[in-house]
Design a protein around this ligand. Structure first.
Ligand code: SGN
Ligand code: CA
Length: 524
């Protein structure tokens, strides 16, 4: 952000202080009741946050591999963000950023194992203190006990289980029978039903485990896509030529690293890595769940074993098995999003509830030959982001500005008419939702990934992305990548050493340095 933008931010903060106790939103330049319903009530905020849901597996984003009619409703009846990014493409850091509105180096959670700073700013607490009823259900995946929620019930183990999952509350833990996405939605709707203080607005965070590894579909969706071949990405067999020495050292290959039992539900060899963990997932199933599972997978697994596929043929098979199970997990999310939207309508809550759908990060769906995330390449840097708010947001709104998960906490704080703490590093998205295109909106985003060494072998890196270009610095190996996204959206041609791009590279380096100063990233 340039000085102009810093100036704008300061001005807005002053404005929101003037409005304290106030009747207007902190991001409006004039006092306005935008953001409140006709009755003057602040909006309900319902965040549906999935785990590892890539944008290119949503039909509203032009997916070539699946249809998501209920998710698409959010975009059609509201707004779709075409350029939404995470700041660090990994689960717990993304969640810490969601809560704090800060990059990882500020909130302390740089990888899945770090702790959040003890006094982290927490937008749910701000909303709770301002009179919101607050609740969180589903995957949490950070060791800190949730703060700022009247009710929370989270998956008891970090990643949780797909079948008959264990959940915990502050003083209780319990196994539910059923499929995790259905149960998480049930808990959310039950809380809405139970709320006795109907006068207050609510914040409800519905955090799905799906579609995180190990991609186990619900009994309802086992045979979905059975009779079709899902198109492969054009770079499933990427050779990484022109990229740095980092990419070929990955450990997230569809061909090389997916495990037959654990990842692909096709047990072949008891000595395989994670075979015991796979068995434990199976043992959680009830008799009827297991019967349905085996009825689907066993005959297909048997045919696969007989075929004895090798080489590229085997990779094609693995891709189909992987992507179908991933998409089946998404089908259950889509159904359950439909349940939530229908519930809001039946209860007369739809109009003044802002429903947000996003995911902690993106994911590779065979792109570059991979599963998982972490890299700054597009598929895991981008996040789906769609918001529906019939009272205020025009249906079919398209938002092209660069936004990032640091913007969520300030946006939700702004929606609640609470002043945005100066420590939050993001921007409120409300002007964009109003259909404005602020001339001083950010022109680049900053990214930094820290979790190395890790099971998927991705070196630490940071970088900058503008609308057209991306510069990545792998500082541990002293290598760079530069992509021209307009000419090369799949990021197959690193043009860092191309003389034609010297000038652009130089400018991007300066921009990267400016961002590190602006966001106070003084780390090595
Ligand atoms: C687990 C997964 C990894 C994944 C990380 C991080 N292995 O360790 O494949 O990269 O989580 O994912 S698993 O065998 O436990 O599924 S994250 O979304 O939680 O950050
Ligand atoms: Ca994740």
């Amino acid at each position: 952000m340039d000085n102009k933008q810093i100036g704008r931010r300061t001005a807005l903060k002053q404005l929101s202080t003037i409005g304290a106790g106030g009747a207007f939103l902190s991001s409006g330049l004039i006092p306005t009741s935008w953001g409140q319903s006709k009755t003057g009530k602040r909006p309900n905020i319902l965040l549906i946050y999935s785990d590892d849901h890539a944008r290119h597996a949503i039909s509203a984003y032009g997916s070539k591999i699946n249809q998501t009619p209920n998710l698409d409703r959010i975009a059609q009846e509201g707004a779709i963000f075409r350029n939404a990014f995470c700041a660090n493409s990994i689960c717990a850091p993304a969640r810490a950023t969601l809560l704090t509105g800060q990059h990882s180096h500020i909130n302390g959670k740089k990888n899945n194992f770090d702790k959040l700073n003890p006094n982290y700013i927490n937008f749910p607490s701000l909303l709770q203190e301002s009179g919101y009823d607050t609740a969180l259900v589903g995957k949490w995946h950070i060791p800190e006990t949730p703060r700022g929620f009247d009710y929370w019930e989270i998956l008891a183990t970090g990643q949780g289980q797909y079948y008959n999952p264990d959940f915990k509350t502050a003083d209780n833990s319990k196994q539910y029978e059923g499929y995790v996405t259905d149960i998480t939605t049930d808990l959310a709707l039950q809380w809405l039903d139970r709320r006795d203080e109907q006068e207050n607005p609510f914040l409800l965070m519905v955090h799905h485990k799906a579609p995180h590894r190990t991609w186990m579909p619900s009994p309802k969706h086992l045979s979905l896509y059975d009779d079709v071949t899902i198109p492969e990405p054009d770079n499933l067999f990427d050779d990484y030529v022109t990229r740095t020495s980092a990419a070929p050292k990955h450990a997230m290959g569809i061909a090389e690293h997916l495990m037959m039992a654990y990842d692909l539900q096709c047990p072949m060899d008891e000595s395989e890595k994670h075979y015991a963990a796979w068995k434990r997932f199976m043992e959680r199933m009830t008799e009827s769940q297991l019967a349905a599972w085996n009825a689907y997978f066993e005959p297909r697994n048997e045919a696969f074993r007989k075929a004895n596929l090798q080489g590229e043929e085997l990779t094609h098979w693995k891709y189909q098995r992987y992507i179908k199970n991933y998409l089946r997990c998404i089908a259950s999310i889509d159904d359950n999003v439909g349940r939530i939207l229908d519930y809001l309508e039946h209860q007369g809550l739809a109009d003044n509830t802002i429903v947000i759908y996003t995911s902690d990060q993106g994911f590779y769906l065979g792109d570059h030959g991979w599963f998982d995330k972490r890299w700054m390449y597009e598929e895991s840097l981008t996040c789906p982001l769609m918001m529906r708010w019939p009272a205020q947001v025009q249906s079919g709104t398209q938002i092209g500005e660069l936004v990032q998960n640091i913007d969520f906490a300030p946006t939700f704080t702004d929606l609640a008419n609470v002043s945005i703490p100066a420590e939050m590093q993001g921007e409120s998205l409300l002007p964009l939702l109003r259909g404005e295109h602020p001339a001083d909106w950010r022109e680049s985003i900053y990214y930094r990934y820290y979790e190395s060494p890790s099971e998927h072998i991705v070196p630490r890196h940071f970088g900058v992305r503008t609308e057209r270009y991306k510069l990545i610095r792998y500082f541990e190996i002293d290598e760079w990548e530069l992509f021209d996204l307009e000419k090369d959206p799949r990021e197959m041609h690193n043009v860092y050493a191309d003389p034609e791009y010297q000038e652009i590279g130089f400018k991007l380096k300066k921009e990267l340095q400016r961002l590190q100063e602006y966001y106070k990233d003084t780390g090595p």
